[in-house]
Write a protein that binds this ligand. Structure first.
Ligand code: GYE
Length: 306
């Protein structure tokens, strides 16, 4: 442990850690839970949190990070909306001597010294678990399984990786085919409108794989409006396991959810303290998560925190 002052005889604590955090936006239930986790954990740790919401725009995130540099915060953390285009602002932070922590989403910068660590999920694994479940459901069958994929934000790490993991998982089964793949930007509204279009253009849909619960929930509205039964006529697989998703799973409208935990706050606060103190930290910290069937969702719902 350590890091405390050696008894400077009372007075107020000037060592309050100042953390600048640039959030993606408020696009999903996951994001709302993630923001709350970070705000609550910062308050509990007694840090000063400078929180900035980028409304889904990379320019706004870059602006926020530059302003954190100008304000000389102790630590900068952010969840990058897309993977590319961060080198220059990260270099500025490094030159200013401010450590950076990536939370939730990765960047594609080659220079790994531009940030101290990346805390978040393994999105490829999540996509693979979604695909593995589908393969298992169709074991021994050769009938065509037509899959529609609703992708997350174009260029975002979870969209790139969840597509990749799923494609890998199904690739040995030629009867399981992705017949349509389109972005719904991780939102419920776009999940709905995109699915409305797909239902009109694509007659035979057996399965919907949505990169998050919110797009799946929007698509459920479109499927019901088209006179079909979600979870039965069209099987639905999503990622996140936020409350509304878990409720739809328990109600039989979703068939399987791969969990992605948004509760990164406490670990982030711990890392911020360490990097401020100049301690070396593990460059990759993985979030632990599970998967849920309909029965498991019924059991888990009463204690679900988000
Ligand atoms: O799955 C989705 C959110 O980056 C893991 O972003 C996060 C994703 C999450 O909009 O709901």
């Amino acid at each position: 442990g350590g890091g405390g002052d050696s008894g400077s005889g009372g007075g107020k604590d000037d060592g309050k850690l100042v953390l600048g955090f640039s959030q993606v936006g408020a696009e999903s239930g996951w994001r709302t839970a993630n923001t709350k986790s970070i705000q609550d954990a910062a308050a509990a740790a007694g840090y000063e949190l400078k929180f900035s919401d980028a409304q889904g725009k990379q320019e706004k995130q870059i602006e926020a990070i530059r302003s954190f540099i100008t304000q000389k915060v102790d630590v900068i953390a952010f969840s990058p909306v897309v993977t590319s285009g961060w080198d220059s602002v990260l270099k500025d932070a490094k030159d200013a001597g401010i450590p950076v922590i990536l939370t939730d989403r990765a960047v594609d910068s080659q220079d790994k010294s531009l940030y101290k660590t990346f805390l978040g999920s393994d999105f490829v694994k999540e996509g693979k678990e979604a695909g593995d479940w589908l393969v298992k459901q169709n074991e021994g069958k050769t009938d065509p399984v037509n899959v529609v994929e609703l992708q997350g934000t174009v260029g975002a790490a979870p969209a790139i990786d969840r597509q990749k993991g799923f494609a890998e998982a199904i690739k040995a089964n030629p009867n399981i085919k992705i017949v349509k793949s389109q972005s719904g930007n991780f939102t419920r509204a776009e999940g709905k409108t995109v699915m409305e279009g797909i239902l009109q253009s694509t007659p035979d849909i057996d399965v919907l794989y949505a990169h998050n619960d919110d797009m799946g929930l929007g698509a459920i509205e479109a499927i019901e409006a088209a006179g079909k039964k979600p979870g039965k006529d069209i099987q639905i697989i999503t990622v996140d396991a936020v409350k509304d998703g878990m409720q739809a799973l328990a109600d039989g409208k979703i068939n399987f959810i791969v969990e992605c935990s948004p509760l990164l706050g406490p670990q982030l606060m711990d890392l911020a303290k360490k990097v401020k103190a100049g301690e070396t930290v593990d460059p990759r910290i993985l979030t632990e998560e599970t998967t849920f069937t309909q029965e498991q969702a019924k059991a888990a719902l009463p204690d679900r925190k988000y």
